[in-house]
Design a protein. Structure first.
Lengths: 115, 110
């Protein structure tokens, strides 16, 4: 009965490279949320997706960041041309339906370090 | 814009004490409020979910209250244990998007 699985746990990239973060929601969950936790800051919402649809991306930076949740496979958060300021912990959460009255279940996060 | 504040930012108590963590939010139009625990290097573990129509929820030694009109929630931990040491986060849900506080870092001293 696996929970939300994120990989890799740690990712190191050089400036200008691409980072791809994966999230497999809990079994039976079709809603995925991505959050970013910058050093010394709280978690900030980035994007909310359902299968093959982006529902709310109001927290996503306008450039270099994209997210998808295909019909098959995990959700992917993609950061192109990474910069030092992208260093953070990225968390994924899932819920069976929308979050109304349903707790979100979080993965252990991917810690991204930019050299 | 919803803002969530947690005080204190850090708290250190001797084992066995009862303690209260505070969370306040600026917009009372919420669907629910959730308390989480985060251990160093780990993700978030959901502790309690209070729906907007509820006043409190209890789970073991934890009790969370919600006063929507005043924009406040408290997390009460009874008979604290060293294993309770962690960062506690509250988050309000305004519909498919959580707003998190910056957390209270709790240390329970044996």
């Amino acid at each position: 009965n696996a929970g939300v699985m994120q990989n890799p746990r740690h990712l190191v990239r050089r400036r200008g490279q691409e980072a791809r973060l994966r999230c497999s929601p809990m079994k039976g969950h079709s809603h995925v949320y991505w959050y970013r936790q910058l050093p010394e800051e709280g978690l900030k919402f980035m994007v909310y997706l359902q299968k093959e649809n982006i529902i709310d991306e109001s927290g996503m930076p306008k450039e270099r960041f994209s997210a998808e949740f295909p019909k098959e496979g995990p959700s992917i958060l993609r950061i192109q041309q990474v910069v030092r300021g992208d260093s953070a912990a990225y968390f994924c959460a899932s819920s069976p339906i929308d979050s109304l009255n349903q707790p979100q279940h979080f993965g252990d996060g991917t810690r991204l370090s930019i050299l | 814009k919803q803002e969530v504040t947690q005080i204190p930012a850090a708290l250190s108590v001797p084992e066995g004490e009862n303690l209260v963590l505070n969370c306040s939010f600026t917009d009372s139009a919420i669907y629910n409020l959730q308390w989480f625990r985060q251990d160093p290097g780990k993700g978030l573990t959901s502790l309690l979910l209070i729906q907007s129509s509820q006043r409190e929820q209890t789970s073991g030694r934890l009790n969370a209250s919600l006063d929507k009109s005043s924009g406040r929630s408290t997390l009460y931990i009874a008979a604290s244990q060293p294993g309770d040491s962690a960062t506690y986060l509250c988050a309000v849900d305004r519909g498919n998007q959580f707003y998190f506080g910056t957390g209270t870092s709790l240390t329970v001293i044996p």
